[in-house]
Each structure stands twice: as structure tokens, then as C-alpha cells.
Ligand binder design. Structure first.
Ligand SMILES: CC(C)(COP(=O)(O)OP(=O)(O)OC[C@H]1O[C@@H](n2cnc3c(N)ncnc32)[C@H](O)[C@@H]1OP(=O)(O)O)[C@@H](O)C(=O)NCCC(=O)NCCS
Length: 199
């Protein structure tokens, strides 16, 4: 019998239950704080994107760009509480101050059927488990909001994101337009109409 996707995950303690705004996790022996993005994060979030490698910006936004325009940045730090989950992961830098090490944002459609997300890990900290930790937290948060599916467009050459999505129970949507990015989808809540429609 197929198991719900969540039961297949090796989810760190603290991710599944309802949570306060900020949560702290162990990340390779360091404290990692994951919390919602707030308007006061504008300068910090701008600096985070300004220091990303150009290739990571391209993989995140699908076109070469040097920076995130201010209007877009303002949208990022003023998420719509009704439809968006925007999270930031922070860890202490060499000076002991918390600095942004990753961020992720999911935007649900009008019926809260599907949320589309993007995720970015600081370029010098990739492949150290941050993406997995933050995405698991994002998935758990979106699921708690009752969204049925979570999805992400991924460029074909983005092997890191494809592997991460696959390892977290996403499947490739074969209905995505040919020639465009790949679409990875994970069902969070089975659609109640599905079995009836299949009869
Ligand atoms: C994609 C991204 C978020 C992954 O985050 P990350 O912190 O580097 O990933 P993690 O260290 O948590 O790795 C999780 C899994 O992803 C896969 N992975 C990560 N980096 C990989 C790489 N360079 N090559 C192949 N697989 C990789 C592996 O399956 C890995 O599991 P493992 O560590 O057990 O091998 C990060 O590379 C990134 O920010 N890229 C630029 C922006 C982007 O592409 N965003 C996605 C589109 S919105």
C-alpha cells in the first residue's frame, strides 16, 4: 500500500508540528534559525541576493541578472499573508551576528490548490544540507495551511535542485510544456474529488 509522502521523509524533530514564528535547528553543529521574512529584512535580504554567484541567480530566476530589482525585493519582504510563505534561514557569522544563509518563498494560487516555490542557498554554503532543511520546513508550513500541492519550476541543467526535489518526494509533471523548465510537484493533501473522477 502506498504510504503518504510525509511518512517517507526523514524529517528532523520539530518540523512537523505547529510552530512559533522562529524555530532553531541543529545544522552541522551550528544553530540555524528559520523564521518568516519580515519588512525589516529588506537590507539583509538585498545583501544576500547581491552576494549570490551569477549562476545561482540565473538558476533561481531563469535569466541572467546582476541583482534583484528593488520593487521585487519589496515584494519579497512584504509577503501576502493570505497566499505566501516566505522563510529565511540564519546562522551566526564569524562576528557572532546572525546572517542570512538561505531563503525560500511559496506562493499559493487563489483556491489554495497549488503553491509554487523558489529557494536559494548562499553560494558558498551549498551542498551542506541547508536546502534540504529549509525546504522541509517550507513544505511542512505550506501543508499546515491546507494547500493541496507544492510545485517548483526547475531548469533542466539544475541537477542540485532536481536531486533535492526528487529526494523529498516530488515527481516530474509530465504535462509541463515541452521546451520549458521542468516542473516538480508534490501532493500534500489528496484531492477529495480524485477517486470519484477516476470512476
Ligand atoms: C538547489 C539548492 C537550493 C540546493 O540547496 P543545497 O543546500 O545546496 O542542497 P543540500 O545540501 O540540502 O542537498 C540536498 C540534496 O540535493 C542534492 N544536491 C545538492 N547539491 C547537489 C549538487 N551540486 N549536485 C547534485 N546533487 C546535489 C543531493 O541529492 C543532496 O542530498 P545529499 O547531500 O544527501 O547528496 C542550491 O543549490 C541553490 O540555492 N541553488 C541556486 C538556486 C536554485 O537553483 N534554486 C532552485 C530553483 S528555484
Amino acid at each position: 500500500m502506498a504510504r503518504p509522502a510525509d511518512q517517507c521523509l526523514d524529517m528532523p524533530a520539530g518540523l512537523a508540528g505547529p510552530g512559533s514564528a522562529a524555530r532553531t535547528f541543529d545544522w552541522r553543529g551550528r544553530a540555524l534559525v528559520i523564521r518568516p521574512i519580515v519588512p525589516a529584512d529588506e537590507a539583509r535580504h538585498t545583501a544576500f541576493f547581491a552576494h549570490l554567484a551569477p549562476e545561482d541567480l540565473r538558476l533561481r530566476f531563469f535569466s541572467p541578472r546582476r541583482e534583484v530589482p528593488q520593487a521585487e525585493m519589496l515584494r519579497f519582504v512584504h509577503p501576502d499573508a493570505a497566499t505566501e510563505v516566505a522563510l529565511m534561514a540564519l546562522a551566526a557569522g564569524a562576528d557572532g551576528q546572525l546572517e542570512e544563509v538561505a531563503s525560500s518563498r511559496a506562493v499559493a494560487d487563489a483556491g489554495n490548490v497549488e503553491a509554487e516555490f523558489g529557494i536559494t542557498v548562499r553560494s558558498d554554503l551549498k551542498h551542506q544540507g541547508l536546502g534540504r532543511l529549509l525546504l522541509m520546513h517550507l513544505i511542512a508550513t505550506v501543508k499546515r495551511r491546507g494547500t493541496q500541492r507544492i510545485a517548483c519550476d526547475v531548469l533542466h541543467e539544475n541537477t542540485a535542485m532536481r536531486a533535492l526535489a526528487s529526494s523529498l518526494g516530488f515527481h516530474v509533471d509530465v504535462r509541463a510544456p515541452i521546451g520549458g523548465p521542468m516542473r516538480y510537484v508534490r501532493v500534500l493533501r489528496p484531492c477529495v474529488w480524485g477517486p470519484m473522477l477516476q470512476r
